[in-house]
Design a binder for this molecule. Structure first.
Ligand code: PEP
Length: 230
C-alpha cells in the first residue's frame, strides 16, 4: 500500500511546510512530494519529486534532474501529471523519456495517466501508458488520475476506476511489469479512500488537495492502511 502526497505549488512559506511535515504521520508507506525548495525539510520521510527533466544535465535553466533528486534522498518522482500534460504541453514521448530518466537515476517513477473526457472508454489511458512504458523493464508505480476528478471534489465512480485499474494491470502484465503498483488519484479524502483501496483494489492513492490538511491526510493514511490489513 502506498499513500502519495502531491503538494503541488503549496504551501508558500518554509514555516508552513515545516508545520505540515511535523504533523503528518511518518510511515514507510507514505511518500511526500513537496515543491523542490522544501524537500530538505522532509529528511525523515520517504520523498518524491513532483517532476524531473527529460535530460540528465546541462544548460536547462530552471529544470531539475532526476539524478539531483536521487542525490538528495528522493526515492520517487511523479511524471506525466495531467497538469504537466495539459498546461506544460508534455507529450507521451517526453513522459516516456522522463520515466526512463528516473529509472536511470535509481528513482521509481510514479507515472500518471488519465482521460480528459469522461466518455472516453479507456483508449486514452491505454495509449498514454503504453508509450510511457516503452523500454521500461523495471517495476514502476502507475497512478490512474482521471482529469475530470482532479481537484474537482467529484471522484471517479468505483466501477469506472475498477475497469481502468484492470486495464492498467493488464498492460503492465503484458510488459512483464506485474509487480508494479497501481494507485488511484482524484478528489481522494478520508471518507472515500477505502472505496478505492478496499472495494476497487487499488494498491494506494495519490492525494492532492487533501494532503495539505495534515489531520485529513493522516485519516486518509490510517484508512488506506486499514484496508491493507483486512
Ligand atoms: C492530483 O493532482 O494529483 C490530485 C490527485 O489532486 P486532488 O486530490 O486535489 O484531486
Amino acid at each position: 500500500m502506498l499513500v502519495v502526497a502531491n503538494w503541488k505549488m503549496n504551501p508558500l512559506s518554509v514555516e508552513e511546510a515545516k508545520q505540515l511535515f511535523s504533523t503528518i504521520s511518518q510511515k514507510e508507506e507514505v511518500v511526500i512530494c513537496p515543491p523542490c525548495p522544501f524537500l530538505y525539510l522532509g529528511k525523515n520521510f520517504v520523498l518524491g519529486g513532483q517532476n524531473c527533466s527529460n535530460k540528465k544535465e546541462g544548460s536547462l535553466t530552471g529544470e531539475v534532474s532526476a539524478f539531483m533528486l536521487n542525490s538528495i534522498g528522493c526515492k520517487y518522482v511523479i511524471v506525466g501529471h495531467s497538469e504537466r500534460r495539459v498546461i506544460m504541453k508534455e507529450t507521451d514521448d517526453i513522459i516516456n523519456i522522463k520515466a526512463l530518466m528516473a529509472i536511470d537515476a535509481k528513482l521509481t517513477p510514479i507515472i500518471c495517466v488519465g482521460e480528459i473526457n469522461k466518455s472516453n472508454k479507456g483508449e486514452e489511458i491505454e495509449r498514454q501508458l503504453k508509450i510511457a512504458l516503452n523500454g521500461i523493464n523495471k517495476d514502476v508505480v502507475v497512478a490512474y488520475e482521471p482529469i475530470f476528478a482532479i481537484g474537482t471534489g467529484n471522484p471517479c465512480s468505483i466501477d469506472v476506476a475498477n475497469e481502468r485499474r484492470e486495464l492498467i494491470k493488464n498492460i503492465l502484465k503484458e510488459k512483464g511489469l506485474e509487480k508494479s503498483l497501481v494507485l488511484y488519484g482524484g478528489s481522494v479524502n478520508s471518507e472515500n479512500v477505502s472505496f478505492y483501496t478496499k472495494q476497487a483494489g487499488f494498491d494506494g492513492v495519490l492525494v492532492g488537495k487533501a494532503s495539505l490538511d495534515a489531520n485529513e491526510f493522516n485519516k486518509i493514511i490510517e484508512n488506506a492502511l486499514c484496508s491493507r490489513k483486512s
